[in-house]
Design a protein around this ligand. Structure first.
Ligand code: FAD
Length: 555
């Protein structure tokens, strides 16, 4: 991965140009939706104009790292330090775009093997240096922020140099890889053997195996391939106390599973250097298709019915009415309505699909017979709940653009807008109340913190991961930025939404993790005894607390 081609203060490939972003009519439409007379120009600062504080690392310590790793794998130029200063959440981008690089690490190290990682950790632990493990840096919860805390310097330990597929066990259907492998490289290496892991988060192109495990993440097709806790078999965790190699039995009753400690450990317990995971045959076929439900509740009922009868689906992604409306109207803004879309509108009206209509993309992957059977059964379920099939071309379009959505964030931020996402999960019996409470908290706080009277937000939601007992809710919210205090505005919105989540029985995160951003609610979720257990595990593995200080575990 050539990092210089990736944006240091935004999303993805620096050279990416988005068609929708170039459509001026879409921006006028959005301004009106948000109650703004026009949008502003708020460009990001260039790296050349930003002064970085000098590295706090002692020259003799730097020389030690250069001796262990080689000079070319010890980097402290401005680009490397800025690139590793933060993750890629809206909150991170606010700081990066404003040129606030106070969280930049003092040095970035690129190890090439477990022994090198162990050596770095042992030296850092002896010399009071904090170490932040870094995969692709796509965290959206403030979990790679270089906060020195009580330590004298911060090292960003970039795992992208550890990027080999170590081996495949075709008999047991498992594979072992180094943790720094990026999504596309891992997928390519497995597909060469006609296998897949099947973990495709929206950040797939820029995130790594180690980051997926450390954040206990979920790919878009989690209904078929599982989330990190389903596919991880075992791991090697380098710690300041030495190497922890976890068990790799298919099942065991020998006490709690140590592998589970690695999942969601957010770089605070150790550095994952290698992982063994389940793989599956590459799907013979995949079908993505669209449905329109009369409302969110009937779409959710269809998902619940499908997962509770264990229907083999890859993905059921249901947008609420606001999300359905937003994507349709934003994409269509400024375009003349052809005869085809006028007929489609009339037909929807005739079928009584009004303002509450909710779109769903249903995905099926696997062998042809299973895909056909499960698709047919889902069509039955959807129809019983009043849905209309809107065809495979809608599904195909979603699949083709499944990693592109995040590129819209910067054009919005360039125009005085804020755009963020948050997610949670709860049981089916609580989902309606949770949905309503979070939506209201977001809408109210956006209105209260808006830069002018009458300005408002767009708050959209979808269900994207579902289980027999419940599902996740993923909110996207777009709002006019309060330019005289945009970080405080973000914090107020985040607080209100997370308080509503906790009060209505949702988890503080379904797949993004804890990091710094969710830390204030961690004790409410785990209980103080639960947090004590996490603290005890950390102190057993990282007795001086050098690993990713200030994340995962409340003080
Ligand atoms: C636009 C966008 C879309 C996203 N979509 C999804 C999605 O669909 N599903 C999802 O689950 N997440 C999603 N995320 C969140 C993020 O991509 C995931 O959390 C991802 O797993 C992080 O991987 P990474 O390699 O970038 O890790 P990083 O961001 O580098 O690190 C994340 C955490 O893991 C730790 N870590 C990283 N590597 C290691 C290692 N080898 N050993 C120990 N600790 C390590 C870090 O210290 C940090 O605490 C999205 C993020 C963005 C910005």
């Amino acid at each position: 991965m050539d990092r210089t081609k990736i944006s240091w203060n935004g999303w993805g490939w620096a050279a990416h140009k988005d068609d929708v972003a170039a459509n001026e009519a879409a921006w006028s439409w959005l301004a009106e939706e948000l109650g703004m007379p026009s949008l502003l120009a708020t460009p990001a600062r260039a790296l050349d104009d930003i002064a970085l504080a000098p590295s706090r690392l002692d020259p003799s310590e730097r020389a030690h790292f250069a001796q262990v790793l080689g000079e070319d794998r010890v980097r402290d130029d401005a680009f490397e330090r800025a690139f590793h200063a933060r993750g890629r959440s809206y909150h991170d981008l606010l700081h990066l775009r404003a040129g606030n690089l106070t969280t930049a690490p003092d040095v970035v190290l690129y190890p090439r093997g477990t022994d090198e990682v162990l050596s770095v950790l042992s030296f850092a632990s002896d010399n009071n240096i904090a170490v932040v493990p870094y995969g692709g840096g796509t965290s959206v919860v403030g979990s790679v922020t270089g906060d020195p805390g009580v330590f004298k310097a911060v090292v960003s330990l970039d795992m992208s140099g550890m990027d080999r597929l170590i081996g495949i066990d075709p008999v047991s259907r498992t594979a072992t890889a180094e943790a720094g492998m990026y999504g596309p490289a891992l997928d390519k290496a497995l597909r060469a053997q006609n296998l897949v892991l099947g973990h495709y988060p929206q950040s797939f192109e820029f995130s790594t195996l180690g980051g997926w495990i450390a954040h206990r993440g979920a790919g878009q097709q989690s209904s078929r391939y599982g989330r990190a806790n389903d596919w991880l078999v075992s791991a090697k965790l380098a710690t300041p106390r030495g190497l922890l190699t976890t068990e790799d039995f298919p099942a065991s009753s020998a006490g709690p599973r140590i592998t589970d400690l690695v999942l969601g450990s957010e770089g605070a317990f150790g550095v994952i250097t290698e992982a063994t995971f389940h793989v599956q045959p590459a799907p013979e076929t995949s079908v993505y298709t669209g449905f329109l439900f009369h409302d969110f509740a009937s779409g959710a009922a269809a998902i619940r019915r499908a997962v509770q009868e264990d229907l083999p689906v890859a993905m059921l992604r249901l947008s609420d009415a606001d999300e359905t409306h937003f994507y349709r109207a934003y994409g269509a803004a400024g375009k003349r309505k052809g005869i085809g879309s006028r007929i489609a509108d009339a037909y929807l009206k005739y079928r009584k699909f009004g303002g509450t209509a909710s779109a769903m993309i249903a995905g099926f992957e696997g062998d042809k017979a299973t895909v056909e059977r499960s698709r047919n059964r889902f069509v039955d379920i959807a129809k019983q709940l009043g849905a209309m099939a809107i065809g495979d071309s809608t599904g195909k379009r979603w699949h083709q653009g499944r990693f592109h959505g995040p590129y819209l964030r910067e054009p919005m931020m360039d125009r005085g807008l804020g755009v963020d996402t948050l997610e949670t999960a709860t049981s089916w019996s609580k989902i309606d109340a949770l949905y309503a409470a979070v939506k209201k908290a977001l809408e109210d706080t956006i209105r209260e913190t808006a830069p002018r009277p009458g300005a408002r937000g767009v708050v959209a939601c979808h269900i994207s991961h579902s289980y027999p007992d419940g599902a996740s809710l993923y909110f996207t919210y777009i709002f006019p930025r309060a330019l005289d205090g945009d970080v405080a505005q973000w914090l107020a919105i985040k607080r209100a939404a997370t308080d509503a989540i906790v009060a209505h029985g949702g988890t503080i995160s379904h797949h993004h993790g804890v990091g710094e951003d969710h830390l204030p609610w961690m004790t409410q979720e785990k209980g103080s005894l639960g947090v004590d257990v996490l603290r005890a595990i950390k102190s057993a593995l990282d007795h001086k607390g050098i690993l990713n200080p200030g994340k995962l575990i409340p003080k």
